[in-house]
Write a protein that binds this ligand. Structure first.
Ligand code: NAD
Length: 440
């Protein structure tokens, strides 16, 4: 996999002696080195500190989750915690919000992860209580911008009865796997995990390179046979990825008329159904709106939005194409949320995927499936390497982490959403963008 600085020459230079000196003298950005998952590493860089504010109910569950993932605790309140978890879900009055101030000294000492727990605001009937819980989003987004050295701050909105998903979410957001997820809220609900099959199968479209290849790798590492899908022209690249991860290949243009049926039959007949489906294949054809022709509009909408809709429909309809408890993950984009100059076609397709996830989440959960989206920001892949230099550099530096993410950052997030014990995460759009500041 790519090194910590990926294809980012400035990021590599600024970590050298002369680079550090120059950046310190001139005030240029100094992107921190992010701690990413490595086999055998500890969950945290130091002990965990778990704090409950007024009315907190999740402290024991959080401690259990961290303990079972191997964390130790900083109960004496000294040293440098590797994670600070603040349960603010019980706050209901404006006065009680002041309790957050008591965590400032702990925040200052923490190096790694800060996680704030809230209630789901719409579950709180009392207007003041709901306002207070919604206010935590502004708190978290701002704190993430103040954090230094690669420390991230995220918000878990915990629904009633969300014990199992809370455990996997705490583990993910406190671990190195969430290195590039920063300043984001996510709801965890009470979904029940299905029994785990011996042979889990994942299908990843667009797996020949970039985020798709990294996703195949991380899903294989977490025990999946990965069916790597890409166009025939991807040829040897797809085979190389599949060989590396011990998976198999399926050459398929996801926009072909026959693609939905081919994929559904392949998964049902050869694999007894897929446990995980990642709609990753995507293209850009950037042009200002007035210069867009039908081909540039149509191809982007067909690959990025039409294909996931048609494939998902076919997999849901075809007996045996999906295993019990199957998960769908769609690759949306920050540009679908914020909009981007020259990308009306792309942003329409990526915002459309958010609509797809929201439309399917309820009905699919009745069948025991879950569907979510990840929205990457600037990720170092062939797609972003093709950008002109100035927007490329802006994309990298204008996030709270001052660097682009790596494909593996998106892949780790997808792999978390695919975990059986993340069943309660449904209908969500999680940005993997280092808290990118561009756009809306
Ligand atoms: P990439 O261009 O590196 O790889 C995309 C893959 O999709 C390629 O292997 C390509 O051959 C395949 N593909 C394209 N059309 C296909 C088709 N019709 N059928 C089958 N496969 C097809 O892209 P990436 O940067 O790794 O992005 C992956 C996904 O993440 C895309 O959906 C993209 O829109 C999204 N995304 C990427 C970024 C980023 O910064 N790189 C940011 C936001 C969202």
């Amino acid at each position: 996999m790519a090194g910590a600085s990926g294809g980012d020459p400035y990021g590599a230079f600024v970590r050298t002696g002369p680079g550090k000196f120059l950046a310190a003298r001139t005030g240029l950005p100094r992107p921190p080195r992010l701690r990413r998952y490595e086999e055998g590493q500890d969950l945290l860089t130091g002990p965990a500190l778990v704090t409950g504010l007024t009315g907190a109910t999740h402290v024991d569950a959080v401690r259990d989750a961290l303990r079972s993932a191997g964390a130790e605790f900083d109960d004496a309140g000294t040293g440098s915690p590797g994670a600070l978890v603040v349960d603010a879900s019980g706050l209901r009055t404006v006065d009680q919000l002041a309790g957050l101030l008591a965590t400032a000294a702990d925040f200052k000492r923490t190096r790694g992860r800060v996680l704030v727990l809230s209630a789901v605001p719409s579950d709180v009937a009392d207007p003041e209580g709901r306002a207070v819980q919604q206010g935590l989003e502004g708190f978290v987004r701002s704190l993430a911008k103040e954090a230094r050295g690669g420390t991230t701050v995220n918000l878990l909105r915990v629904a009633e009865g969300a014990t199992s998903a809370l455990r996997s979410a705490v583990e993910f957001f406190c671990s190195a796997r969430s290195a590039y997820v920063d300043g984001q809220p996510i709801v965890v609900g009470p979904g029940e995990p299905h029994p785990v099959r011996d042979h889990r199968v994942a299908v990843v479209t667009g797996a020949a390179q970039g985020i798709g290849a990294a996703t195949a790798e991380v899903l294989a590492r977490s025990g999946h046979h990965v069916v790597c899908v890409d166009i025939a022209a991807s040829g040897q690249k797809l085979a190389t990825v599949a060989n590396r991860v011990g998976g198999s290949t399926l050459h398929l243009d996801v926009t072909a008329d026959s693609a939905p049926r081919t994929l559904a039959e392949h998964l049902a007949d050869r694999f007894d159904g897929a446990d995980v489906v990642v709609h990753n294949a995507g293209i850009t054809r950037d042009r200002s709106f007035v210069n867009l022709d039908e081909a540039a509009w149509g191809s982007v909408l067909a690959v990025n939005l039409g294909a996931p809709i048609r494939l998902t429909t076919a997999l849901l309809d075809h007996p045996g194409a999906l295993a019990p408890g199957a998960r769908f993950v769609c690759l949306s984009s920050m540009n679908g949320i914020a909009g981007a100059k020259g990308q009306t076609n792309y942003a329409t397709s990526k915002a459309g995927l958010v609509g797809l996830v929201q439309a399917l989440a309820g009905p699919l959960s009745e069948r025991g499936f879950a569907v979510n989206a990840v929205a990457p920001g600037f990720i170092e892949t062939p797609m972003t390497a093709a950008m002109p230099p100035v927007p490329r550099e802006l994309g990298r530096r204008t996030s709270s982490l001052q660097q682009g993410g790596l494909p593996v950052d998106v892949a780790e997030t997808i792999a978390w959403l695919a975990r059986p014990d993340a069943a309660g995460v449904d209908g969500q759009v999680l940005r993997v963008c280092g808290q990118n500041l561009l756009g809306a």
